[in-house]
Design a protein around this ligand. Sequence first.
Ligand code: ADP
Ligand code: MG
Length: 396
Amino acid sequence: MAFTKKTVRDADVAGKRVLMRVDFNVPLKDGVVTDDTRVRAAIPTIEYLKDKGAKIILMSHLGRPKGDGPEPQFSLKPAADKLAEITGYDVKFVDDTYGEKAKAAVDALADGEILVLENVRFDKREKKNDPEIAKILASYGDIFVLDAFGTAHRAQGSVVGPAAYLPAYAGFLLEKEVDTLTSIFAEPERPFVAIVGGSKVSSKIGVLDHLIDSADTLIIGGGMAYTFFLAQGMSVGLSLKEEDWVERAGEMLKKAEEKGVKILLPIDNRVADHFGEDAVPEVVSSDAIPDDREGMDIGPETEKLYADAVKAAKTVFWNGPMGVFEFDNFAHGTEAVARAIADSDCTSIIGGGDSVAAINKFGLADKMSWISTGGGASMELVEGKALPGVEALLDA
Ligand code: ADP
Ligand code: MG
């Protein structure tokens, strides 16, 4: 319903060369993949194509190479090895992307075989969306599949380029992500509780605006809460604040009131005298934040308030930690909210790089209905924006 593009199910892939953009932008340490979530997320489409007897050519970026040629620490070889390890498939790898060597490796593929090309960003033209790049990549395939949800918001050569030359379809991950993250706002089961945290109002303004249009309750936590406090005329000590956004925060509170959206802000906070791993939390109520203290997490009373709101919800969307969860002393609020969601049988959708990292840290990932694999891309969808990668695909 919410997904209006053709998917691999609509394509005749048997014996065809399928050029697929995946998101294998995985974290590496000493050449080993430390989190294989993104590789796993691409497997359903890869399996499907393999079972149908397609020749599968996978491409991705990894990290931020300069774009002047190969940089070994950004090679996709470890991701290709990980794919082989998880699936048991023979996964071929070629240390070339746009040259003769890559072409030869593609030409040597038999039906059902899988080839991973080297990092598409080893050439500057990728990020510039240079048509030359798109033409070379498109020459490797008979059809193009986009399954890289995490980069679908970027109009770059390997993401949108091949769609100009080849029939272009969505992979299953892309379909599921877009469908989930758009239908939740179109027709949520109510009450719909949205939770937004993280550091800044400025980086979440589009998300907040969009959520006020569909949520019944909007819970605010994290560093951004203090800018809302300022908008209410409260003092926030040394807490993170964005003076330029106070007025906008105030307008948002007003808009929520007009629309009948309930806004919950922290009633107490864990504050400290400095920002650091070793900082010691003290609990203070929100109307009594000392001038020499900085808010680092929501407090215990707020945890209860937010957990109760989550308990009453049928649908929960969450983006942005409730505090500086990277420090154990200030991870409590984020964990309490995560546990409340995990314990509820509501539909729960989580987006955002740090929020997902937090949920993984607490080991609660399998208790959530859907965890988005895309940070920036999921936020753009939640803001109601169209993703260029998706736009370029064939309409269903
Ligand atoms: P996401 O990646 O899930 O979208 P953000 O990037 O918006 O989340 O925010 C995450 C960051 O916000 C974390 O690094 C966290 O430490 C920070 N943060 C949360 N609460 C506070 C706070 N009270 N003060 C400073 N930083 C905070
Ligand atoms: Mg982040």
